[in-house]
Structures are given as structure tokens and as C-alpha cells.
Design a protein. Structure first.
Length: 50
């Protein structure tokens, strides 16, 4: 995947340093209530690694 930028957004591949934030997002019930529900931190970490 290539990086690209718009006026308001930067799209780039995930980096190892993004794992903590990724796991916090996907394991947050309130944040994920409209996206199929939250998963555990362990499941999120496993998904990040795939």
C-alpha cells in the first residue's frame, strides 16, 4: 500500500507503533457499538498482527 495525503487526511500502512491505539479502539465498547461490537484486547492484538 502506498501513502497518500489529502487536505485533511493521511493514509498510510499501519506501523508497529500503532498497535496500542489500534487495540484501544477495537476493544472500546462505546466506540465499536455501531461496528459489530468490541473485541478483547487479545483479539485486537492478534488481528493487528495479521
Amino acid at each position: 500500500m502506498h501513502n497518500f495525503t489529502t487536505e485533511r487526511l493521511l493514509i498510510r500502512p499501519l506501523l508497529a507503533k500503532d498497535e496500542t491505539f489500534f487495540c484501544l479502539q477495537y476493544s472500546n465498547e462505546k466506540l465499536m457499538r455501531h461496528n459489530g461490537g468490541a473485541i478483547t484486547r487479545t483479539e485486537a492484538s492478534k488481528a493487528f498482527s495479521q
